[in-house]
Ligand binder design. Sequence first.
Ligand code: PMP
Length: 405
Amino acid sequence: SELWQNVPLAPPDSIFKLTAAYKADTFEQKINLGVGAYRDDNDKPWVLPVVRKAEEIILNSVALDHEYLPITGLPEFTVAAAKLILGSDSTALSQGRVTSVQTISGTGANHLGALFLSRFYQFAENKEIYLSDPTWANHPAIFNNVGIAPVYYPYYDPKTIGLNYDGFISSLKSAPSGSIFLIHACAHNPTGVDPTREQWGAIADIMLEKEHYGFFDCAYQGFASGDLDNDAWAVRFFVDKGVKMLVCQSFAKNAGLYGERVGALHIVSPTKEAAERVKSQLSVLQRSEISNPPTYGARIVTLILNNTSLFSEWKRDISTMAGRIIDMRKELHKILTEELHTPGNWDHIVNQIGMFSFTGITPEQSKALTEKAHIYLTVNGRISMTGLNRNNIRYFATSLDAAVR
Ligand code: PMP
């Protein structure tokens, strides 16, 4: 037979397909609520002013060259990134128990973490990982790629449009001891539903008791509440409690560096010596996959994290983005409940957190929004809050109102 004849044609990625359909649409009031990237109030991508400043410094720095970075990344970057997520007063850090490796953004951190576990973790029974139902569409693919089978724990309750806390807890309790649970550190994608601090406490207790391993994915630090420390709370809490875990970190959203692919994987070990052994193996794995991580974005983030005035400016930029999203949540909630008296309860719009909101509408209603109103969203009813702005929110609210009546 002909070469590649047995290669099946794969369907296009649903999010990128949605964007293409949006772009091809000529309707003036069309809205794209699929994309997971920040847009300003004029629906434009936003280069953070602090990033522009850092770029200028880099551009004018004659000392910088284009040599390879070390295999595990720019050391000033990984050290500062670890402090950002784990806290500068982290005991695990001061005890030298954390291995940090620069990765190809959050996706690369997930992949490297998954690859490491597939090689070295002593799996309870089967080689599997518990993912939240639902989760980021890439998670199952990333684990399947390295031979770890995704299984699911209940997370979202369609009846309350909130957390299925009891389902989550009973899954933690019934899973074999030493199971791996993937946990969204904050701003759960796609639901926008996070556990409360009290609930996190109970989750951590069971994880300790059952010796489960926490695979924390943190793609939205600062983006959820507008506060970097607040959004890292769960991660720091679990590390302090002594839950066995790793953290995947991305600077795509909070620094608006999507295409630069800046991220890190942090593996917390019981001892400094174990952390060194882990580091040696992560270097071997990274070497065969990417050899050396990219310099540009890591340099930008390093400047921002290590310079007091740039760091303060970054925090302001982050609260600009998070604040606009929170404003849109309030505005949408207000129009639906106070002006349009849309049937149903819409409190979840303001209670959910981060870039996404699960509206709770049916796939049919979601399709109707796209077909009749030219509003593009995933059929599960997830909307990216950053696609809303002062100019289109009223059109969106009225269309949503019409779709659910
Ligand atoms: N994890 C989750 C839950 C995400 O939503 C994303 C971004 N969509 C990522 C990881 C990684 O994104 P990136 O590779 O762009 O950092």
